[in-house]
Design a protein around this ligand. Structure first.
Ligand code: SAH
Length: 485
């Protein structure tokens, strides 16, 4: 993060704008909207500022900027078209520790003015730190369309009821759930439709009908987090992740995906490394049931799809036995993610009419699979958890009739910036992999379709994505706060 975003209280405080033209007038207008007392310094003023001065709404001193103009100011903006004057304002203000902005010169600024979406008291600000103002404005335009115009009224309604709701729900999670229901339900719709009195009555009635007691039973959402790229989450997955009180996750879940869980949610890591389960499956099953019985909304976040080699079935079996309500949200499984991002279609009219997903996990050092079924022609075979057993897998396939020249690929960390695709044949892949030492998780794809990778590969992972992703999530962490707490 290059700038630390904050919202400054300038109500009734003295602010200086140096410059008398159009740009200065726009900044003056913004400062006044936030209640700032504005003084303008410029040799001459444009019509807009002249009018404000005439109406007594701002002060002005006609003349060149002087350091003394900064006396007693809480904030300064330089908006002249003379570089030297702007630089002087910046230097003098910086020396006096007064926050200063120089229009269009981020290097001279101690603060930048973001693009603003004003639904007071809700204010959203978007900034590119001065590097790409057009991009920030485009994003702002998108947000404008997403945030109903009456959002501010909704916030004011919530503020009026805040104390009452707090008194009723001593237990913070229940309070939050109440607000989430209200702010996304009919009350909110009434506010957006301009029926404020009806909204107020409905909210009063809803509040009266609540017992305020902690909810007896929570719910478990078994959510597929996909193979890594957070863009591949479903809308439902994201929505439930944002409502979670607690998230139970394991090693396969990408950090970028985990970052999208509601920030205040408790995070419980239950490990699950290959051959080294940090928490036995039975304990995980029990943990989910216990958390839900405490009234919590539990997101059980899994890599890929929960029902594909994810032991999701076992987890909800326990929940069924214990009478805990649950939902299952599918995710993009590793085979789909790897295939798409590596440009290897899993089926193809000319090469494969079927596709099999199998586990290559070694039990007692061997892989027990129906090899003759896997060795069928015109078929793609995808091995999950197959890295350790790769040599055995390839040997067995050939022993059961697969051509030694059959193309085979290993996809490392598919859909992330660390994705790597190693392509060979069932004869060469084990050696290739041994040399390349890929990092888990990896997936193995065997079949004629692998040949298409050469033509169809399109995804170019690059380290800058990683930096960007980390940066973005850090920025998000800093700006989004709880509005209902
Ligand atoms: N439920 C998961 C699979 C869990 S088994 C799903 O549907 O994808 C774990 C195995 O999935 C790993 O050993 C690896 O073979 C595969 N896998 C998961 N994510 C992967 C990724 N991003 N890239 C490659 N393989 C992945």
């Amino acid at each position: 993060m290059d700038f630390f975003p904050i919202f400054l209280n300038i109500k009734g405080r003295s602010c200086l704008v140096v410059g008398g033209g159009e740009v200065a007038a726009r900044k003056v207008a913004l400062l006044r909207e936030a209640g700032g007392h504005v003084t303008v310094v410029a040799p001459q003023l444009g019509p807009k500022l002249r009018e404000l001065v005439a109406r007594g709404e701002i002060h002005c001193r006609l003349g060149q900027f002087e350091p003394a103009d900064l006396d007693e100011r809480h904030l300064a903006i330089a908006a002249t078209n003379e570089g030297e004057v702007n630089a002087q304002v910046a230097a003098e203000a910086t020396e006096r520790r007064i926050p200063v902005n120089v229009v269009d010169q981020p290097k001279l600024c101690s603060f930048v003015v973001p693009s603003i979406i004003d639904r007071s008291p809700i204010v959203a600000a978007v900034s590119s730190g001065g590097t790409a103002p057009v991009l920030a404005r485009l994003l702002r335009a998108r947000l404008e369309t997403l945030i109903p115009a009456a959002y501010g009224r909704l916030a004011r309604l919530a503020a009026d009821f805040r104390q009452e709701v707090k008194d009723k729900f001593q237990h913070a999670p229940n309070r939050r759930m109440f607000w989430e229901r209200v702010l996304q339900g009919p009350v909110a719709e009434m506010v957006f439709a301009g029926q404020e009195k009806a909204a107020r009555d409905a909210l009063t009635a809803t509040l009266a009908s609540e017992s305020g007691e902690p909810r007896k039973m929570g719910e478990v959402y078994l959510v597929g987090g996909g193979p890594g790229d957070p863009d591949l989450l479903t809308f439902r997955a994201l929505r439930l992740m944002q409502q979670a009180d607690v998230v139970v996750y394991d090693r396969l879940v990408a950090k970028a995906v985990l970052d999208l869980v509601r920030r205040d949610a408790e995070r419980l890591y239950v490990g699950k490394e290959r051959d080294n389960h940090a928490m036995p499956q039975e304990d995980i099953n029990q943990l989910l049931a216990r958390l839900a019985r405490e009234g919590k909304r539990v997101v059980r976040l899994k890599g890929g799809d929960p029902f594909i080699f994810g032991r999701g079935g076992e987890e909800i079996e326990t929940l069924t036995q214990e009478g805990v309500p649950f939902q299952v949200v599918p995710g993009i499984t590793a085979a789909s993610g790897s295939a798409s991002y590596a440009g290897i279609p899993l089926t193809h009219r000319d090469h494969a009419q079927s596709c099999v997903f199998v586990t290559g996990h070694l039990k007692d050092g061997t892989v027990n699979l129906n090899w003759s079924m896997l060795a069928q022609p015109q078929q793609t075979v995808v091995f999950y958890m197959g890295l350790k057993g790769l040599a055995t897998i390839c040997r067995q396939l050939v022993a059961h009739g697969v051509s030694p020249h059959m193309p085979a690929a290993l996809v490392q960390q598919a859909t992330t910036w660390r994705q790597r695709v190693l392509v060979g044949t069932v004869t060469t892949l084990p050696t290739l992999v041994e040399k390349a030492k890929p990092k888990p998780p990896t997936l193995i794809i065997v079949g004629e379709v692998v040949k298409l990778h050469e033509k169809l590969a399109w995804f170019e992972p690059h380290e800058t994505f990683a930096n960007q992703a980390e940066h973005e999530s850090a920025e998000e962490k800093a700006v989004s706060g709880s509005v209902t707490g």
